[in-house]
Design a protein around this ligand. Structure first.
Ligand code: ZN
Ligand code: ZN
Length: 238
């Protein structure tokens, strides 16, 4: 048996080829995070949504309540899908269960959906939202970086990691909206400002919930001279 087959069998043992959402075995020949019927339930993020943050609630003249008449370092946020149903399970599979191929597949899908969002312009670099080094050590990887690298492989846009997380924050999902903003404020720093000065940047993340982490990263990047900062996530929680 050749090495690749051994590797496949090893992976199948730990990660049996089942759909990450409905847990049914994937039929022979099908691979990937989801079966075809769960895949058909993915809901792309589509207009009308807030022109800035892509939220869909309480829109007025193109903007949601939080974005109306305010200025942001992160010019806009877009995502491939709504964070619902099978997308939850998909993200869970690569965020907490170590299914890297599912993250790479998500990154490739983000590239396909990117074409719908010309307003992201053509960035010069992709910057994944960093994890605190201690959390990255615990998890063994940063899922946002796997997404960014998969996007980079298809588009040729380089990935840089100029931002460091200066302190470990509590997971955002544990907190209410007000505490989330305080939790993340000042948690990032640009270690090498020269890398981002004058550049057009898209920050990459798996899920955008309130957009506070993206805004905190963007603020630091702009402070270091980045010309434009947008964000693109696999999924938008709404
Ligand atoms: Zn399924
Ligand atoms: Zn908004």
């Amino acid at each position: 048996m050749d090495t690749r087959l051994w590797k496949r069998k090893f992976l199948d043992f730990f990660w049996p080829p089942v759909c990450a959402h409905c847990r049914r075995d994937l039929p022979g020949g099908e691979s990937g995070a989801l079966c075809l019927s769960c895949r058909a339930e993915l809901i792309p993020l589509e207009p009308p949504f807030c022109l800035r943050c892509a939220d869909v609630s309480q829109l007025s003249r193109g903007f949601c309540v939080s974005c109306r008449n305010k200025k942001f370092a992160c010019r806009l946020i877009r995502a491939a899908f709504l964070y619902r149903g099978p997308v939850h399970s998909w993200v869970y599979s690569f965020k907490y269960r170590g299914r890297f191929p599912a993250a790479r597949e998500a990154g490739r899908l983000m590239v396909r959906h990117w074409a719908r969002f010309r307003e992201l312009l053509a960035p010069e670099i992709l910057v994944p939202v960093p994890l605190h080094f201690r959390r990255e050590n615990e998890r063994g990887y940063n899922q946002a970086e796997i997404l960014a690298r998969a996007i980079s492989k298809e588009t040729g846009i380089p990935v840089l990691n100029p931002i460091i997380r200066t302190r470990k924050t509590r997971p955002q999902w544990e907190l209410d909206k007000k505490s989330r903003e305080q939790n993340i404020a000042g948690a990032f720093k640009v270690a090498r400002p020269g890398d981002v000065w004058g550049r057009r940047i898209v920050v990459i993340d798996d899920v955008c919930t309130t957009g506070f982490s993206l805004e905190a990263c963007a603020r630091e990047l702009r402070r270091s001279g980045a010309a434009d900062v947008c964000a693109y996530a696999f999924a938008r929680e709404i």
